[in-house]
Design a protein around this ligand. Sequence first.
Ligand code: PBG
Length: 324
Amino acid sequence: MNIRPRINRWTSARRDLNFARSIESSLVQPHFVVAGEGVDEEISTMPGINRQSIDVLLAQIAKDMQIGITAHMLFPVVDSHHKDATASKASSQDMPLQQAVMQLKKRYGKDIVLMTDVCLCTATDHGHCGIIHDEEIDNDLSIPELCNIALSHAEAGADYVSASDMMDGRVKAIRDTLETAGFVNTGILSYSVKYASAFYGPFREAASSSPSFGDRASHQMDIRSGYPEAILEAVTDEAEGADIIMIKPAMTYLDVVRQVSDSVARPVAVYNVSGEYSMIMSATSDVKSRAKMVREIFHSFKRAGADIIVSYHTRAAVSGKWLD
Ligand code: PBG
């Protein structure tokens, strides 16, 4: 089976995230997970967002859960000595990401929704999202590695594996891998409509995932492309078995969010990316005006048709009661 609508209904926390109407229930908080102990490293371009080792992350998520943030997206940050040409460490159960997922699931079970980033770029020594062959990213060589990573996240207990690589055909391959291994309740969030955007800069610093040569234009979407290609990417992923369709970035693509949300049946997510976050942080020095901006931005996402909002503003917005 490659379409399992029950995945989005499996737990009460998943149902709230996908189907409740309020902004607050739509929010997902991103985190960066690093090796070590007691690590709580600031990211200079993203004030308020830190790279954290598992112990610090668990304490942070405990506080988040207490104020009602139940959906979390985890990104691995891989030490440079663990990086290689094929991202082999990304699918290892001893890596901090997989370990963190196991511990979080043990502690919170079905009360938490965990999404985990599936891509090669943080674990390749060249920083690209796929396997390089003849100096080009090879789509079909990259798929088995993406499937290995997704499977390792499912084994650790992820609710949704989040494919952010933009290789063709990976949603179907990941669904098949999950089915074969018996992970019929594990969902796929697909970064279906992901543009080759200049707004990912701060993230790449945070995740140490910048390409050492070239760029991501051969797989991420051209910022000049129109609605038909966005809809093609979205409906293809939906047919391949994606449970959530994501558009990224968010603020500069609200028109695309509307077009896509009118074209698919599955819940639509937007990623309010690192550059968008940094822009607001540097535009405001007082919390009151920032709160108003963030509230306004979140309403624009909802109006455009977003069911789910992944945003670095989540914690501040929920704890500061910025939303209505
Ligand atoms: C990994 C990935 C990226 C982001 C999410 N997953 C970086 C990229 O594609 O270069 C960007 C998130 C952000 O900017 O907040 N492929």
